[in-house]
Design a protein around this ligand. Sequence first.
Ligand code: PMP
Length: 379
Amino acid sequence: MAKLGRELSSKGIDVINLSFGEPDFFTPEFVKDAAKIAVDENYSYYTPVSGYPELRKAIADKLLRENGLNYSFDQIVVSTGAKQSLANAVMCLVNPGEEVIVPTPYWVSYSEMIKLAEGETVFINATVENNFKITGAQLEAAITPKTKLFMFSSPCNPTGSVYSKEELADLVAVFEKHPNIYIISDEIYEHINFVGKHASIAEFDSIKDRVILINGFSKSYAMTGWRVGYMAANKEIANACDKMQGQVTSGTSSIAQRAALHAYQGGLESVSAMVDEFKSRRDIVYALLKEIPNIKVNLPDGAFYFFPEVKAYFGTSTGDYKITNAEDLCLYLLNEAHVSTVTGEAFGNEDCIRISYAAAEDKLRDAVLRIKTALAKLS
Ligand code: PMP
């Protein structure tokens, strides 16, 4: 979709891109300044594989300060983005044939990482009716003797769903009965949360030792290109991931690590300003999407995505276009409305599309109006 969108743009067509998975904000000035200073101070050598000790200490401090979680610095492994932290954990934990439970919709790379580890993915389908969240009973039903791992994100990409502490407790009660299952908790959207304090599944002491908490700087500090993410896990897993990473990439960029250190030392002011803006856009887009007939949309509590169900349009057509699935609909919206979105198929749900609101308010208003007009032509 991105490629097709670029092709249309290069022909002079005004395409509004709502397929982005990154904040449309700049990295805060104080973070950029820290990177410039790091260059001048010659932070140009290899770093320890797991990251500079000061950064790992700052991450442990952040986890205690903001999340009430106790980790020592040697339980933290800094990586080339949260993506590498996730891949490290999957590669280290999953043996061929073992099962990994993933609620759908899920972030695209989860299933591919599991494939690379030669694991089997077991999906639990969540739908718009239950705000795309699963229950303990659904989790219990998916567990088999081969289950090694459970993997999820909250706030979630692509749905924006946020699990409350009570909803997590429902899942934890199941994990307590199955002591051999590990849990990857992807919290990369932690701060982009409109319902108050973020709840982490690592807050439950009974299972904390089995939780691999993943977070990073990409979303909260608008630092996607800097490539700094991390995991917090028990020492055995942290050591295994350090070994794995040591043979693959070594430590991530020295300059980016110095910038990340200052991000965590510099407070949450820039983050709050960005989150306020995302919340205001969410409310605007939600009100506009609600006016479109035949789509089902819920109000997401976090991240910067909507994941409307559009299956009522499957089987419709106009002119040369025949809509049989979400991908057809995305292509139609791109060609007819000049709005780029992403098919839900990529996230394990064939009935939905993902709309990112990491775009300016006027663009968002225009885009949703264009979508509404294009959909009205289908019958
Ligand atoms: N997890 C989720 C749910 C994401 O959406 C993303 C980025 N799109 C990542 C992890 C990867 O983050 P990073 O850029 O830090 O590798």
